[in-house]
Write a protein that binds this ligand. Structure first.
Ligand SMILES: O=C(O)CCC(=O)C(=O)O
Ligand SMILES: [Fe+2]
Length: 363
């Protein structure tokens, strides 16, 4: 909470929500405050199971942060971009290709998008254990608030959702919670992300794609809703649909690790970022995320003991004995992303093979 004792920082004002009527995805809204009781969890488990087996995305509301608390996190999120010098940014750049980890900065223009055009977004990633590594000086006064924010995401958002996902598979409630320890060794982290407007030439050469269609490689992504429309999901009918901003809501999606663990029952949904509608162009777009993944030593093989999977069948992307550990999967995905030669396999689809598993990218 902002108070007299919290350090000051300029307020980040995002563009107002678009007035355009876009083709919005119709997603469930999950009131996570109901997860406090067994009856509430039983009700939400059905809602979450339906969302995760069809769209792979849903909204969460009543997560326990007030609008002013959320606004404060967005103000802090701008610090690593607006208040850190280029020299300090370069000193804290992540060694993505070499170490397979995003911890630190992903600089602008690091990824190839299409036709020689590179991205125009930077992000700064902070492991939930904020003490694991040093941070740029201007960010240091805000570390206690970032620590509280990571814990809030972990215990009040991630764990309740993991319990619902286990219930949806008729498994003991803590099946996935046990594989996502806050104090375990693993990469689950906070990401602040800033997109900058692009030139006409960049827009044309990339067909307005800012971030290519992909699945996230972790289990669950928590995206703090912000007003600049640009995120689209590939709907089950094959159409790209826009995600609508809801004030102080979270957007939740499943990634590869959850798809592996659930034997294909919960879908890692493909999503991308494109140029915003005309009334929001020319603005920066600031994002706040909590990227969640199982602990490094978790093997990403299906929870075959699930009665649901026994009835419905399991879809495997590789044989169980070859299923990657979370650590291998995240390092390979991180090193390869935006840096490898992809093979064109269809209209707007490119592929690569990592650890014996096909990974698709969409334009
Ligand atoms: O910026 C967004 O809305 C989505 C970003 C995203 O998909 C990612 O960082 O994996
Ligand atoms: Fe993503």
């Amino acid at each position: 909470m902002p108070s007299l004792s919290t350090p000051e920082t300029p307020h980040y004002t995002p563009a107002p929500p678009t007035k355009e009527e876009l083709d919005w995805a119709d997603l469930a809204v999950v009131d996570i405050s109901k997860a406090d009781t067994p009856e509430g969890r039983a009700e939400l488990a059905v809602q979450v199971r339906d969302a995760m087996t069809t769209q792979g995305f849903f909204y969460v509301v009543n997560h326990g942060y007030t609008q002013p608390q959320t606004d404060r996190i967005f103000d802090i999120a701008d610090v690593p971009f607006a208040r850190v010098s280029p020299a300090e940014k370069s000193a804290y750049t992540a060694k993505m290709k070499e170490s397979g980890s995003y911890q630190g900065y992903k600089p602008r223009q690091y990824w190839h998008i299409a036709n020689g055009v590179h991205d125009q977004l930077e992000h700064y990633n902070i492991n939930r254990d904020i003490t694991k590594r040093a941070h740029p000086k201007p960010l240091r006064p805000f570390l206690p608030e970032i620590d509280a924010f990571a814990r809030h995401n972990h215990f009040n958002v991630l764990h309740p959702i993991l319990r619902l996902l286990a219930l949806g598979l008729e498994l003991p409630e803590d099946t996935f919670v046990q594989r996502h320890g806050f104090d375990a060794v693993g990469e689950t982290y906070v990401r602040f992300m800033k997109y900058y407007p692009r030139s006409e030439e960049e827009e044309t050469k990339t067909n307005n794609v800012w971030l290519k269609g992909h699945t996230d490689f972790g289990s669950i992504t928590v995206l703090w809703s912000q007003p600049v429309s640009a995120l689209q999901i590939l709907s089950p009918d094959g159409k790209w649909r826009w995600l609508q901003h809801l004030d102080n809501a979270l957007i939740i999606n499943a990634g590869d690790a959850l798809e592996f663990l659930s034997g294909g029952f919960y879908k890692a949904t493909i999503h991308r970022v494109i140029q915003p509608p005309a009334d929001q162009r020319g603005h920066t777009r600031l994002g706040v995320f909590y990227f969640c993944m199982p602990d490094d030593d978790v093997r990403l093989a299906p929870v075959a003991e699930s009665p649901v999977l026994q009835r419905e069948g399991i879809v495997r992307r590789c044989p169980d004995e070859q299923a990657p550990f979370m650590e291998t999967w995240r390092r390979e995905r991180t090193s390869a992303y935006g840096k490898t030669d992809l093979k064109k396999t269809g209209d707007g689809v490119e592929e690569e093979i990592l650890n014996g598993v096909v990974v698709k990218h969409y334009n």
